[in-house]
Design a binder for this molecule. Sequence first.
Ligand code: DC
Length: 231
Amino acid sequence: MQKVIAIDGPSGAGKSTISKMLAERIGFQFLDTGALYRTAALYLIEKGLDENSSDNDISSALEEIQIKFIGDEICIVNKSDLKNGILGFSLCRDISQEIRTPKIGHYASVFSARKPVRDFLLNAQRDAAISNNIVAEGRDMTTVVFPFAWKKFYLDASEIERANRRYKQLEAKGIKISIQEAIDDIKERDHRDMSRDIAPLRRTEDAIYIDSTNLSPQEIIDLIFKVIKNN
Ligand code: DC
């Protein structure tokens, strides 16, 4: 395994922005594990599955696909379209934009509590660190996926600040919700992501805690960079 910088934290704490900027600055690959959960959720919804579906149905559906990152894009490959395991570019369905909606965020959180979904994505995440140094962000990077990561961080922010960020992000994409809806969504997601039985989001003692409420992205990067440099 190459060097892994593992960053966990709740929804809206700024993990994606920070991880992407940090990866660019230090020449590591960026692994957005939320995008993997969102993609799995999108596919499961399309297959007509929901929170009441059986583990068997969920795993059979996921067996049909592979999820791939191609540059900044994420796409779904139907295994039945692979010829001798070789992927033609046109067969990779780019769903990078589709997964960034509140509905898919909700279902990503719902389905991520299910064992077949977590099992399906575990190796894909670990494989990303086989030949590249990575900055990996999500909910269980420091605890389950990369417990022996080179550096671990827990990025947090107040609930209201995270709701504000969520509101602005969606507004920028032309998706209108009220601030109250953003707060309710953040609360619901926190509860689900922190209280599930498998791989819940939690702060470990060896992860450096950063409260980003009053910090700019650059200030957070500088903080992280200092830790990395000093070790
Ligand atoms: O970071 P995000 O909002 O894109 O993640 C969407 C959901 O996916 C999140 O609410 C919980 C789930 N998730 C997870 O369970 N484990 C991860 N490592 C990443 C995301």
